[in-house]
Design a protein. Structure first.
Length: 313
């Protein structure tokens, strides 16, 4: 049965910029990463580029931010795989090792003239506005805007991957978690920072609201793909219903020649794997798939309504 090809992140907007030539060298660097980290880096770059577009950023800023996003986890090349791919929660000691990927990535970029302009993406992408991030615990005014955008895209994609979404249904729960990170949390701050940083959360609300718009775009893209699949299912059901009509005519007609004629007409409408014995079951499967996809579309539209309400908070 044909299945729609739905990319979790819509690939359309990132192609509006001629990034291929600028990033050819940087993308080659990603080939050395494990497949999970490489895919994550590509996702974060996709989100970053599209967030910049919604922010009406200048083209050079968008290109710079996107390349920084591609390279933000390059330091994980030197993190032991048993820590990098550990399925359970890291110990405090392992987490300290994991945190070094920021400074390692920064040093990798600084040692390479072609990568040096993008070293900030590796260094700053885990810094938080309230000073609770790492490696340096810097605060809002010290964190470049492109790094703040990458940070949000990074956390979002990590949550999406962890929760193993196969569709955008219930993705609003992930955005709710990110909304909490815009709220001040004094527990994570040093006492000497409370007076100046208590008004900040971990991430920038303005940039997060832009992510909401990108996510809505992706939900609409999924709806569009699913609607195309609905049309396919409806066509298959219509075809097999026509088959059934021919078979019914063959069963009810008296003349033997007519029986054979209607039966042959039915057989001509079969596709690979279909026959007189299984076509009724296939109709039922198509009808069930049609029902399920219509339900998915309804839930996706509901998800958009939820996200729009969150956006207004």
């Amino acid at each position: 049965m044909f299945k729609p090809d739905i990319e979790f992140y819509s690939p359309t907007n990132i192609k509006t910029y001629n990034l291929d030539q600028a990033m050819r060298y940087q993308l080659n660097m990603l080939e050395n990463l494990d497949i999970i980290t490489r895919r994550h880096s590509e996702n974060v770059a996709n989100l970053t580029c599209r967030m910049c577009e919604y922010l009406h950023s200048k083209k050079l800023f968008t290109i710079h931010a996107t390349i920084c996003a591609y390279l933000h986890d390059i330091g994980k090349l030197f993190i032991p795989l048993e820590i990098l791919n550990k399925p359970s929660q890291l110990t405090s000691e392992e987490f300290e090792v994991m945190k070094t990927h920021t400074t390692i990535g920064y040093n990798i970029c600084m040692k390479d003239l072609k990568l040096r302009p993008y070293a900030g993406g590796a260094l700053y992408h885990h810094e938080c506005l309230d000073g609770s991030g790492y490696p340096n615990g810097i605060t809002k005014d010290e964190i470049p805007a492109y790094a703040q955008i990458i940070h949000i895209a990074d956390v979002y994609d990590a949550l999406v991957t962890k929760r193993q979404y196969t569709t955008h249904i219930d993705i609003s729960e992930t955005l709710k978690l990110l909304l909490k990170d815009t709220e001040p949390s004094v527990q994570s701050l040093a006492l000497d920072a409370l007076s100046t940083q208590s008004k900040y959360g971990k991430i920038n609300m303005k940039f997060l609201k832009v992510l909401f718009k990108v996510v809505i775009d992706d939900i609409l893209y999924e709806i569009s793909c699913t609607q195309q699949y609905l049309k396919y299912l409806e066509e298959q059901i219509k075809r097999l219903n026509k088959v059934e009509k021919y078979i019914n005519k063959s069963n009810t007609t008296v003349k033997e020649n007519d029986k054979e004629y209607f039966l042959e007409c039915a057989k001509l409408l079969f596709t690979q794997g279909e026959n007189l014995e299984n076509y009724k079951q296939i109709i039922l499967e198509y009808e069930e798939a049609l029902k399920n996809r219509k339900n998915i579309i309804d839930r996706l539209y509901n998800e958009i309504d939820i996200i729009k309400k969150l956006e207004k908070q």
